[in-house]
Design a protein around this ligand. Structure first.
Ligand SMILES: [Zn+2]
Ligand SMILES: [Zn+2]
Length: 344
C-alpha cells in the first residue's frame, strides 16, 4: 500500500510499504479515507522531533474498519470511525486515573521508535491497537474532515481550556492561532469566557479568530499587553494559553496573566528553555504543560462538535490527494494552510 514516509528534514515521500496485519486481539485495521497534516508532523518534517528514515507519518484519521480482533467490542468491520492520535493500555496506574495521555504503554501514530513504533495514518490503511479505547464510530451527519479534529486538534484546544480551570465569565488569551490555538478560542468561548484575546502575526488567522468571537491582536503591530489590561480593568487575563511552544510566547504569557492566574503551555516544547521564575513566583502563577489527554476528552468533544457548539470546519483550507503529500508539507511549512486533508 502507499504511505507518506519521512526521509530527511524537509523531505517526505509517498512510498510502497507492507499492509498492516492484526497482531493482538484488541487491534483493528482501518482503511483510511481522510488524514490531516498537523503541526506535530511539521516538527518531524523539520527534524526537531527525530524519527527513523522511511517511517510512515501522520496521526489524524477517519476511515472504515476492515478487520477487528476477537476482543474488539465497540466497532466492527464496515463501521466508519475516527481515531485518537495516541493509544493507551487502559490498565496502568495512569490509565486507571483517566490520564490516558501519560499511559506507561502509550504509542503515538507516526512518531517512530521513541513513541512506540506505531506506523502513521497518512497511508491507505492503519493498524489501531486497543481499538475499543482509541476509535469511535462517526456520529450521524458529521463529515469526515470535521471528525478528524476530535482525535487531535480540537481535543487539544478543549484540553487546554479545561485544564486551565478557566471559569465562565473569565477572560482568556490564546497565543498562536494555528489550528490548536483557533480550536482553543472556540473551546474558551464554549466554556463561557467573557472575552478571548487572540494573538498572532498572520492577518488571515487573526480574522478567523475574530469570526469565532475573539478580540484579535497583532503580535507586533498591536499591543497584546495593553489589550489584556483593557479587558480586565488592568489586572491581566485570568488564563493564558500558549499554543506556540516557544520561549518568547511563554514569556509573553507570564506577562499577560494576572496574579494567581494560570498559564497553560499546550504548544510543543522539545528543548531546554528559560522561564522567568521570578515573575512566575511573584505573581503566584500556575503553570500547566504537556500534550493533551485527547483519549479522555474525545466523547465530550464529539458531542460538542455534533451539536455545533465547536465547529472546526472553517479551519480546513486544503484538500489534496495522498500522492501530493510532498507538496502538502511544503505548503504547510510556508504557513499557507491551516488544515490540509489528505485522501488516499
Ligand atoms: Zn497532531
Ligand atoms: Zn496505560
Amino acid at each position: 500500500m502507499r504511505a507518506v514516509t519521512f526521509q530527511a528534514p524537509g523531505e517526505v515521500l509517498v512510498s510502497e510499504v507492507p499492509e498492516p496485519r492484526i497482531e493482538d486481539p484488541r487491534d483493528a485495521i482501518v482503511r483510511i479515507e481522510a488524514s490531516g497534516v498537523c503541526g506535530s508532523d511539521l516538527h518531524i518534517y523539520h527534524g526537531r522531533v527525530k524519527i527513523e528514515r522511511g517511517f510512515t507519518i501522520g496521526h489524524e484519521y477517519v476511515g472504515t474498519v476492515i478487520a477487528a480482533g476477537d476482543q474488539v467490542d465497540s466497532v466492527s468491520a464496515g463501521d466508519r470511525v475516527l481515531g485518537c492520535f495516541q493509544t493507551a493500555c487502559g490498565r496502568c496506574f495512569f490509565c486507571r486515573r483517566g490520564w490516558f495521555h501519560k499511559c506507561d504503554h502509550s504509542r503515538t501514530f507516526g512518531h517512530g521508535a521513541t513513541l512506540g513504533s506505531l506506523p502513521g495514518t497518512q497511508a491507505e490503511q492503519a493498524l489501531v491497537p486497543n481499538a475499543d479505547l482509541v476509535l469511535r464510530r462517526l456520529p450521524a451527519g458529521m463529515s469526515d474532515e470535521v471528525a478528524l479534529f476530535a482525535g487531535d486538534v480540537m481535543g487539544t484546544g478543549y484540553h487546554a481550556v479545561l485544564e486551565s480551570g478557566m471559569r465562565a465569565g473569565e477572560v482568556a488569551a490564546v497565543l498562536g492561532l494555528g489550528p490548536v490555538g483557533l480550536c482553543a478560542v472556540q473551546a474558551a468561548r464554549a466554556a463561557g469566557a467573557a472575552h478571548v484575546l487572540a494573538v498572532d502575526s498572520v492577518p488571515a488567522r487573526l480574522e478567523m479568530a475574530r469570526s469565532f468571537g475573539a478580540h484579535p491582536v497583532h503580535l507586533s503591530d498591536g499591543d497584546p499587553r495593553a489589550a489584556a489590561r483593557e479587558l480586565t480593568e488592568g489586572r491581566g487575563v485570568d488564563v493564558c494559553i500558549d499554543a506556540v511552544g516557544d520561549p518568547r510566547a511563554l514569556e509573553l504569557a507570564l506577562r499577560l496573566t494576572r496574579k494567581r492566574g494560570t498559564v497553560q503551555a499546550v504548544g510543543v516544547y522539545a528543548e531546554r528553555c528559560e522561564v522567568h521564575m521570578g515573575l512566575l513566583w511573584i505573581k503566584a502563577l500556575r503553570l500547566c504543560s504537556g500534550h493533551a489527554n485527547v483519549l479522555g476528552h474525545v466523547d465530550s468533544v464529539l458531542a460538542l462538535m455534533s451539536a455545533g457548539v465547536l465547529d472546526p470546519s472553517p479551519l480546513v483550507t486544503h484538500h489534496m490527494a495522498l500522492q501530493e503529500a510532498p507538496e502538502a508539507y511544503a505548503l504547510y511549512d510556508r504557513r499557507e494552510a491551516l488544515k490540509i486533508v489528505l485522501r488516499p
